[in-house]
Design a protein around this ligand. Structure first.
Ligand SMILES: NC(=O)c1ccc[n+]([C@@H]2O[C@H](COP(=O)([O-])OP(=O)(O)OC[C@H]3O[C@@H](n4cnc5c(N)ncnc54)[C@H](O)[C@@H]3O)[C@@H](O)[C@H]2O)c1
Length: 370
């Protein structure tokens, strides 16, 4: 049986970083079938400049323990990782890149030289469309498939929302709402705007845009109309606490997209709306709400304490999205093993379209709401 040997690039800080949570799921026996974590590359915490910075000692303690308990080898750079083993040892290699977005173009290039069968690249993939397009063509040239960490694409709330719309005889209006739990104060929002300076669409609503591209045929070329919901939305200019510079962004945003073939879908995002994501299905004519499906679902909420006991007091969203992260990795691993299509998993082409839609919508919506 072919096994998948994983190289994780960008582990980050235990309890706080996405890469660390990928590692924990891979190390937890039986959670991801036929895959094991072999190598971890950590570009920051092995650098001399990182000494004494937040997370440094936590990372090194965790790395020591993980090396001893699971034989995982740790490196500072991708170039130090041994190149892929000969195919006859029965394993294929998958790289998971969960680093800072700006570092991804360089890291992907380095991973392409490792003999990977596939790469799982965290969203949004790259800071700009042109960088992501260049990454896609280099991966294509190398014959390496790149899958994206858009976990909501495989989330149960999306499946339930789509199933309900499909089986309802009347026309439905569907909204994908994404909440964050920042306090609704100028100070918190100013810090959030500055730290996520790429803006709400590229940083937060990018998950919903990936859903639109994957399942609703939305691309820059297919969009007919974009209508902001002025009552729901709010756009602010706030002074970043670190730089003192002005940052203009949305703290709440809702809009409808209508495609040239008549598909209608709504996206909403609220920086101060809570911890969940919701699929809301209404009757299109009367507006009557038929159902709302939430991520995390009930089973996931019920499992949170058990996960906390195993993994520690980590960022709450890891537990809320635990089944989706697991499912996404399992689909990618299976595809590496026998080519089974990774149903619903966005690839880098979808990510390019998604980022294009985000870049296209930002000035249109800002203009409609200022
Ligand atoms: N799918 C999801 O739900 C989800 C959730 C969170 C993050 N992500 C994605 O995962 C990726 C990693 O996000 P994250 O929140 O774990 O980021 P992070 O900043 O915590 O860690 C990423 C990397 O940044 C580096 N780093 C940490 N501190 C640094 C410092 N002070 N200076 C320079 N480098 C430093 C480390 O090498 C680390 O591996 C991003 O692409 C993000 O968009 C996805």
């Amino acid at each position: 049986m072919t096994k998948v040997s994983v190289v994780l690039v960008g582990c980050g800080c235990p309890l706080r970083s996405m890469g660390w949570y990928h590692a924990m799921q891979l190390l937890d026996a039986g959670r991801i079938q036929n895959a094991s974590l072999t190598y971890v590359v950590e570009p920051w915490y092995f650098a001399p400049a990182a000494e004494g910075t937040p997370g440094h000692s936590d990372f090194h303690e965790w790395a020591k323990k993980t090396k001893e308990s699971h034989g995982v080898e740790f490196f500072h750079t991708v170039e130090e990782v041994p190149t892929a083993p000969a195919a006859d040892d029965g394993s294929v290699r998958l790289a998971i890149i969960s680093a800072r977005t700006a570092d991804n173009p360089k890291l992907l290039d380095q991973c392409l030289k490792l003999g990977c069968k596939a790469i799982y690249l965290e969203k949004p993939g790259a800071p700009t469309v042109s960088e992501l397009e260049a990454m896609k063509s280099r991966a294509d040239e190398a014959g390496v498939k790149v899958f994206m960490g858009f976990n909501k694409n495989v989330s149960s709330y999306l499946t339930f929302s789509r199933e309900l719309v499909n089986k309802t005889a009347e026309k439905c209006d569907v909204t994908f709402l994404h909440n964050n739990n920042y306090a609704n104060t100028e100070a918190e929002l100013a810090e959030c705007f500055e730290r996520n300076a790429e803006g709400m669409l590229k940083n937060m609503a990018i998950h919903e845009l990936a859903i639109l591209v994957t399942y609703y045929g939305v691309t820059v070329d297919t969009i007919d109309k974009v209508e902001a919901d002025k009552e729901f939305s709010s756009c602010k200019t706030l002074k970043g606490p670190a730089s003192g510079k002005d940052f203009t962004d949305f703290d709440k945003l809702k809009f409808k997209i209508v495609t040239k073939s008549g598909v209608e879908v709504n996206v909403a995002a609220d920086r101060c709306g809570g911890d969940d994501s919701v699929g809301i299905v209404n009757k299109a004519d009367s507006g009557e709400e038929l159902a709302r499906f939430t991520m995390p679902d009930e089973a996931t909420v019920a499992n949170t304490d058990a996960l906390k006991a195993k993994y520690g007091d980590a960022m709450p969203y890891f537990f809320a999205q635990d089944p989706d992260y697991l499912k996404l990795k399992q689909l990618v691993v299976q595809n590496c093993i026998d080519g089974t299509p990774a149903e619903g998993v966005a690839d880098i082409e979808t990510a390019v379209e998604t980022l294009k839609v985000a870049e296209y919508l930002t000035p249109i919506l800002t203009k409609q709401l200022q």
